[in-house]
Design a binder for this molecule. Sequence first.
Ligand code: UN1
Length: 508
Amino acid sequence: TSAVRTTSVTLKALGLDSYNLGVYNGVWGGNGDVVESVNPATGEVIGAVQQSNGSDLDQTLQQATKAAKVWREVPAPKRGEIVRQMRNALFEKIEPLGKLVALEMGKILPEGIGEVQEYIDIADYAVGLSRMLNGKVIPSERSGHMMMEVWNPLGVVGVISAFNFPVAVYGWNSAVSMVCGNAVVWKGAPSTSLTSVAITKILAEVLERNSLPGAICSLATGGADIGEGIAKDKRVNLVSFTGSTNVGRKVALTVQERFGKCLLELGGNNAIIVHNDADIDLAVRSILFAAVGTAGQRCTTTRRLFLHEEIHDTFIERLQKAYGQIKIGNPLESGILCGPLHTKSAVDAFEQGIADVKKQGGKILYGGNALRNLPGNFVQPTITSISHDAPVVHREIFAPILHTIKYANIEEAIEWNNEVGQGLSSSLFTTSPEKMFNWIGPSGSDCGIVNVNIPTNGAEIGGAFGGEKETGGGRESGSTSWQQYMRRQTCTINYSGMLPLAQGIKFE
Ligand code: UN1
């Protein structure tokens, strides 16, 4: 069939086979379990990857530690040049990579290509950044002294990423961490291992072509045991973890116990507030992308919608109409807006969520059913009407369920926006400058991402990405996020030939 043909053409274009090794540290290997990748839209097996076991990880960390020592001596702008070559190699394969993401993760093709583009964008950013890892000169209180802030590489960075962004999240970490001078050991989700292998092949080719150690971009595919191995190991100077709040808490405690560094990107429970003065057209279109895009499986997906009472009823009508137009189906077909959920257990979680909505006094305004008659993991994008404080509303369900809630005044809506444990993304639709600036000020949203008149998802790479509270506090991608991948050193140089002490202390 054409689906089978697409799969084999895609794998071939990326140098993959139906069976692949899932460990790379200069050489390819893998002695762990063989894990099959399943197309979530059809249930068909796409290919298989032999994952790493404990000793593969140990070997890989050893190689990465060695590689980091070579890499840190390469001047930062030259490291940027390597990232530039990687960016070009990714760009050449953007089509098949985007297709592989659609096949293996299940998001629609434009979004699959979009996240490869996101990697390309951050690589561009990192190339420029490689000439701007600037320190500071600080005025010293002592004469004949000079103080400087100098940034040095950390060593080895472990990146543990999730199934929902199998390319972009690794890209943010890898590109920035590489120009900062670190070796990276990557563990993606076991269910998207083909994508991890395809990306690593592209990077490895560039490193090897430049006679650099391949272990600068190491891969150790695997499950929770490999993740735990990375968190526990002292050789990993920074653990960058993207995933659930529950697992993130465990990772944070494990890494903290050995005083390692942690960068956490955990759950979101993002809200949009639509005020009575908003551009309704813009808001409806935004919510469609924010709540249904990626079938509700972005950490930035809109899960709560606060509607001002004056526009509530007409807005719900408009939204129901828009949901009625959404085409659900195979993510590789054009015109499809909603692909499958990634796994069967996600469909169970969706159904549990719907049951909880009904139990907790909510109503289903649209959808509400899993499409069990289809071969893949499909569900109906769903709109509910429920109280802001129902327990189910405070839980992140990784599925396209949008809870709608009516409010009377904007202070109340902002309070509800902030009352959940998570603090990733938020957006206000309004045409009032006063409300906009209040929203981004101290009494506004408490999230890491605070938008106006755009969706909660689809952030650009130039800003710092991440959130507060149970979202973990980490910031990735742009702005000063790079500083987390480096050691800050305060250096004081005495060129006076004398020894004046700080704070005017006399010690003689
Ligand atoms: C994620 O869901 O883990 O802002 C990352 C966005 C994307 C990244 C999402 N740029 O939706």
